[in-house]
Design a protein around this ligand. Structure first.
Ligand SMILES: [Zn+2]
Length: 133
């Protein structure tokens, strides 16, 4: 892409601060992409969007009081579980934890609560295995 299809201005590959709003909260997120220097229109490829997906999802999770991708990963690793093992115990399909930790889908609230209880040492993975498998 060389010129803007809207105003014929010059397209430039750069990083812009984009303001995201969610439930009354605002966060500025750096978004790489092609931008028209004349009208400001953005042209984002799926790869450009993918580069900010985790940050946007974690912003929303923080507001919805859900564990972020990194928090989930930390607690899973602390529990000595692989993504596959965690998915077997907690359900959601074999790739469930891969998806939660890569911000593809959100974990359910009940799973989130269980993970917080594990993190607080209120319950152990063995407790869960006893009733789950
Ligand atoms: Zn333009």
């Amino acid at each position: 892409m060389t010129n803007c299809p809207i105003c014929n201005g010059t397209i430039e590959r750069t990083i812009k601060l984009i303001e995201y709003k969610y439930k009354g909260h605002t966060r500025n997120i750096k978004q790489v992409g092609d931008y028209c220097i004349k009208c400001g229109e953005s042209f984002l490829t799926p790869k450009d969007l993918k580069s900010t997906q985790k940050e946007i999802v974690n912003f929303k999770r923080e507001i919805d009081h859900l564990l972020t991708t990194e928090e989930l990963k930390r607690i899973r690793k602390k529990s000595h579980l692989t993504q596959e093992e965690a998915s077997n115990i907690f359900g959601g399909g074999v790739r469930a934890f891969h998806k939660y930790e890569n911000a593809e889908i959100n974990q359910s609230k009940p799973l989130d609560i269980l993970f917080r209880l594990i993190d607080l040492k209120k319950i152990t993975v063995d407790d869960i295995k006893q009733v789950s498998i």
